[in-house]
Design a protein around this ligand. Structure first.
Ligand SMILES: *Cc1c(COP(=O)(O)O)cnc(C)c1O
Length: 398
């Protein structure tokens, strides 16, 4: 017989993302009626080492091992948010990607990667991993047949990033997940741009999720961090790499990240709303030749994004009709939106990929991959949408 929903024996409903981000797996009663005088906020334990019982290696805590109180609190919380068995926090997104890959690949192994990935990751694969004897084949992700063609007997994993920087393209995980599961490969995704509010890749067939916690997870432009999520046994292997490569996070960064995570859900929802409003406004302006935002019907992946994402995200890009000179004038005239690299925080930021992530390419080569001069990437923050629109309007008129 089904248990009536008001029965005291019925399981409580699973907590929502915001509740998990604030309370983690601490039982509500524990928090609400715990020891009098206990702090509501987790204490910062800024210590590198900890007293240890005599005659045993049990309970050995050391900051480089990633098992300190502040790291463990955040790791549990991140695992809950992504629906992962386990999570490991590292000192940066690059540290997370490097250790995640080192735990999967040995000399002689082969990796298949999307060609549309973060510049630092591209360098890691082509410069560092190549010298370790780990070869990467890059695939243009929308050429679906190329994925299977790129696989070799020595292939161990497939790596992708979605949504993609800076074009905001969205990839379909489902065909990739069936390919990797069929062939016994690990599907690894850098999900930094989505955050768990907009997309939880493990539920779509990914095996490993990586984030630069520097971006949406922390959201306040004040710490570096990275996270790797997956099965407990895999995450333990990543931790072994992290310890010897020295990529553990500092307790204060963990503490700030725990604070940042509490507002993740409200921040990202507001960023979703702001970006959609700004993208729609820009699409109507004659000085803007093109707007890249998955929430617009004009976006090549709009239908896929609407089907698979819970929100279209805070990242967008515009192409100014006046090209590079117009972009320079526009950036100089902005008053609210800050000209700075990075993304995902409360402040709206703008950058021109031709001076940053794509500076190593010629103007023609950039145009060929969809980043012509005049292309501006905007990380939309949580300011009032009207103020962002007014700022863009006055800067377009400058
Ligand atoms: C920023 C970023 C990284 C690198 O993260 P850091 O925290 O800067 O080391 C990796 N992937 C993506 C998609 C990023 O945006």
């Amino acid at each position: 017989m089904p248990v009536p929903s008001d029965s005291p024996t019925a399981a409580p409903p699973a907590p929502g993302l915001s509740t998990l981000a604030i309370h983690g797996d601490r039982a509500a009663a524990d928090r609400a009626h715990g020891e009098a005088g206990a702090p509501v906020v987790s204490p910062l334990v800024q210590s590198v080492n900890f007293l240890q019982p005599h005659g045993t290696g049990e309970g050995l805590l050391y900051t480089r091992y990633g098992n300190t109180p502040n790291a463990e609190t955040v790791q549990r919380r991140l695992a809950l948010l992504e629906g992962a068995e386990s999570a490991l926090l590292l000192s940066s997104g690059m540290g997370a990607t490097a250790c995640a890959m080192l735990a999967l690949l040995r000399p002689g192994d082969h990796l298949v990667s999307s060609a549309w990935i973060y510049g630092g990751t591209h360098k890691l694969l082509t410069q560092e991993f190549a010298t370790l004897g780990i070869e990467t084949t890059f695939v243009e992700p929308t050429q679906s047949r190329d994925w299977r063609r790129a696989v070799r007997p020595s292939t161990r994993a497939v790596f992708i990033e979605s949504p993609v920087n800076p074009t905001t393209r969205v990839l379909d995980l489902r065909p990739l997940a069936s390919l990797t599961h069929e062939l016994g490969l690990a599907l690894v995704i850098d999900s930094t741009f989505a955050s768990p509010v907009n997309f939880r890749p493990l539920a779509h067939g990914a095996d490993v999720v990586i984030h630069s916690a520097t971006k949406y997870l922390n959201g306040h432009h004040d710490i570096l961090g990275g996270v790797v999520l997956g099965t407990a046994s895999y995450v333990e292997e990543v931790r072994q790499k992290m310890m010897v490569w020295g990529q553990a996070p500092d307790p204060f960064a963990c503490w700030l990240l725990e604070r940042g995570l509490k507002t993740l859900d409200v921040r990202v929802r507001r960023q979703n709303e702001n970006a959609l409003a700004l993208a729609r406004w820009c699409e109507e302006h004659p000085a803007v030749a093109r707007v890249h935002y998955p929430g617009l019907a004009s976006h090549p992946d709009h239908a896929l994004a609407a089907e698979t994402l819970d929100g279209f995200g805070g990242m967008m890009a515009i192409e100014l009709a006046g090209g590079g000179e117009a972009a320079d004038r526009f950036v100089r005239a902005l008053r609210v939106i800050t000209h700075a690299t990075s993304l995902g925080g409360v402040d709206s930021l703008v950058c021109e990929p031709r001076y940053t992530s794509h500076a190593h390419m010629t103007s023609e080569a950039r145009a060929a991959i969809g980043i012509p001069d005049g292309f501006l990437r905007i990380s939309v923050g949580i300011e009032n949408a009207e103020d962002l629109i007014a700022d863009v309007e006055q800067a377009l008129g400058a």
